[in-house]
Design a protein around this ligand. Sequence first.
Ligand SMILES: NC(=O)c1ccc[n+]([C@@H]2O[C@H](COP(=O)([O-])OP(=O)(O)OC[C@H]3O[C@@H](n4cnc5c(N)ncnc54)[C@H](O)[C@@H]3O)[C@@H](O)[C@H]2O)c1
Length: 368
Amino acid sequence: MSKKGKVKVGIIGSGFIADIHADSFRMMPDEAEVVAVASPPEYKPEELAKKYNIARVFTDYKKMLAEDDIEMVLIGAPNYLHAQMTVDIANAGKHVVCEKPLCMTLEEADLMIDTCKKKGVLLMYAEELFFTPKYVKAKQMADEGAFGKLYMVKQSEKHFGPHAPWFWDVEKSGGGVFMDMGCHGIAFCYWFFGRPKIKNVYCQMATHVHGDKTKGEDDSICIIEFENGGIGLIEDSWARRGGMEDRIEVYGEDGLTYADLHMGNALPTFSEHGYGYAVEKAPSTKGWTYPVVEELWNYGFPQELNHFARCVRGKEEPQATGEDGRVVQEVLYAAYQSAGIGRKVELPFRPEGVKTPIELWLKGKNKS
Ligand SMILES: NC(=O)c1ccc[n+]([C@@H]2O[C@H](COP(=O)([O-])OP(=O)(O)OC[C@H]3O[C@@H](n4cnc5c(N)ncnc54)[C@H](O)[C@@H]3O)[C@@H](O)[C@H]2O)c1
């Protein structure tokens, strides 16, 4: 396996995030190059390969893992496949970049972390909010003392629901909007406060508008209490009309900052006719819209993947790891349990025999 030059990357998946991964390496090509993509034939991996000039195409990811020169493999497949894929990648001796959420269960998280350790490969957790330029700036200012002692960090992400059917099927996704996007907010607040211990979690969930297509929640509010006294407030929705929103608010005893990922980079625009593309999840390009510039860069994807490639070469230490993903997983459990019983849940919280985090909510909901 080559240890010099650009890191050779294989991508599993040819859907939404796989396209972002491929595009991100195109934008920051110095450290890595995508040499292969693998995805079942019905998802047309050859189209992604053509779009980004990827030389090798596989319809079975295990065949891609047999390629000697590939050093790092990105998992851009549905959540229920993450654990098995991670184990297979690690057993093939390759470094893993796993999309969020890390997996479905805490047992899977442990298995993923242990297998990668045993095989001596990195398990990097693709939480791009740790690399989002505006959010990184907010954290730098906080770490420099700009806001004094922090008492609340809020992150929210909202739109009108995901693009692919598997997200709505809780057996494949593990849960609704909180599993899908709350995992970003949990990771963000934990990271922003400097990874303190988590004391307890309180969460409220509901299915307001998408009950016809999912058992999952389409709206959630979660409060995390950290041992340092800080509060994380996480709001997520698949019920919000009007396109994508991703925002933070940071409050300290001596100051505050707000950031909105889309507004501020966007061009307030009115069009009778519409145009090609505005921003992720925008329902229309007619009327008033807010097209963003440099969308992937503003999210932090190219910076994240460039960093992971540098970690493979030993130039940097991973800033987002399987252990971070495991913390998120435990909070996901606690939040679904809390929403089910209507009370705070203290950590550590490790119920056994859980197959999907959302069942902890559904059980409580069905009792009441
Ligand atoms: N970091 C982020 O902000 C972000 C954004 C979107 C998605 N994601 C995550 O990325 C993952 C994929 O989501 P997506 O939006 O790209 O979904 P998607 O439905 O657009 O694409 C999923 C792809 O997985 C592949 N796939 C499906 N079944 C497979 C199988 N049995 N074996 C191998 N490959 C298979 C296919 O190529 C499919 O196109 C999810 O875990 C999701 O949570 C992360």
